[in-house]
Ligand binder design. Structure first.
Ligand code: NAP
Length: 323
């Protein structure tokens, strides 16, 4: 099998690392999986879930003899991790990652990659708001994109082998430049998270009475922001610290567009509002057509029907509603 590896080392075993372990195992893509974490509790949890074969708190030990190493920790840890694993990386190995930003990863990991090791950063565009080893599931990457940003000079066959690995886990793969990735993800992922954190933060600052009303009536829209705003705080802190330029560039455009909307609301410019909302509806349709979202109403949430009306109800007091 083109995508087969002898030993896969996963540094970090949260949502993404555990999903890779489960998917790679299910598809028979690896013989041995070694896992390294920072904390003993996380390592024990991964062990109890049977996610790997070798468990260690030493990242260098985990990567020794591995022909595929994937960093699956928050990107803020990458610099120290790259320094730690450098002496143990085997010539001929592929070193990759799943970090949500890519230029920063190239900058901090790149200088520590020994010659003979192929450095191919990656980013599966798949996830949930849950974290930790028990959050993973083998189907996480099915039908989702995985972006690879190989650095210059990496053998083509290594990029193709890693792409095959992701395809075997159900992903479609696209290669692009790291800076381009960061700009695209700034608007498709990072700014939406910033907006969600902001709107939910605004509610958190409201006085108690108003806040309880917002929570009570949250199904009117607010609730959908809270899912995104429940994402892991450390991971998202690192994303905003490491993709600053692209986020600020896109935030500038967003603010300008928001001012246009604000003006339309203030001046009662219904035609502009309607034109804008018609364009945005078309974007939603194209995401559904691209298979990246369900066409079902309300994201396919189950409808909780009210209980059927009771029959033969004995009304002790004759009922007063009929008059
Ligand atoms: P997560 O569920 O919070 O898990 C993070 C893992 O990293 C934990 O196992 C943690 O172990 C480990 N870790 C942290 N510091 C470490 C260190 N110094 N050395 C070794 N392991 C360390 O995170 P995740 O959601 O899987 O995200 C991991 C990466 O995937 C991030 O870079 C993120 O940007 C990227 N990503 C996330 C999503 C998403 O939706 N969640 C989507 C695409 C990409 P301890 O508990 O021991 O600290």
């Amino acid at each position: 099998m083109a995508a087969h590896f002898r030993k896969l080392a996963l540094i970090g075993i949260g949502l993404i690392g555990s999903s890779i372990a489960l998917a790679a195992r299910r598809q028979g893509l690896v013989d041995v999986i070694s896992i390294a974490t920072r904390r003993q509790e996380t390592l024990d949890e991964g062990h109890e879930l049977g996610l790997g074969d070798i468990y260690t708190l030493d990242p260098a030990e985990a990567v020794r003899g591995a022909d595929l190493v994937i960093l699956c920790a928050p990107v803020g840890t990458y610099d120290a991790l790259a320094r730690a694993i450098k002496p143990a990386l085997e010539p001929g190995a592929i070193l990759s990652d799943v970090g949500s930003v890519k230029e920063h990863v190239v900058k901090v990991v790149g200088p520590h990659v020994p010659s003979g090791v192929s450095f191919i950063p990656g980013h599966p565009i798949a996830g949930t708001e849950h974290s930790g080893p028990s959050a993973g599931f083998a189907e996480l990457f099915a039908g989702r994109w995985c972006v690879l940003t190989p650095v210059p000079g990496v053998p083509e066959e290594h990029t193709e082998k890693l792409a095959d690995f992701w395809r075997a886990m159900g992903s479609s793969v696209e290669c692009m430049d790291a800076a381009h990735h960061d700009m695209v993800l700034a608007i498709t992922s990072h700014i939406p998270h910033l907006i969600a954190y902001n709107i939910v933060g605004t509610v958190a600052d409201l006085e108690d009475a108003t806040q309880s009303e917002v929570i009570k009536f949250s199904a009117s829209g607010f609730r959908d922001f809270t899912r995104i705003a429940a994402s892991d705080p450390v991971m998202w802190r690192d994303i905003f610290l490491t993709n600053r330029d692209a986020v600020l560039e896109m935030l500038g455009r967003f603010s300008e567009d928001l001012s246009v909307l604000q003006r339309a609301v203030r001046t009662g410019d219904g035609a502009s509002l309607e034109a804008m909302f018609t364009r945005t509806r078309a974007i939603r349709r194209s995401i559904i057509n691209a298979g990246q979202e369900t066409p079902r109403a309300d994201f396919g949430r189950p409808v909780v029907a009210p209980p059927p009306p009771e029959t033969n109800v004995v009304r002790e007091h004759g009922g007063g509603d009929d008059a």
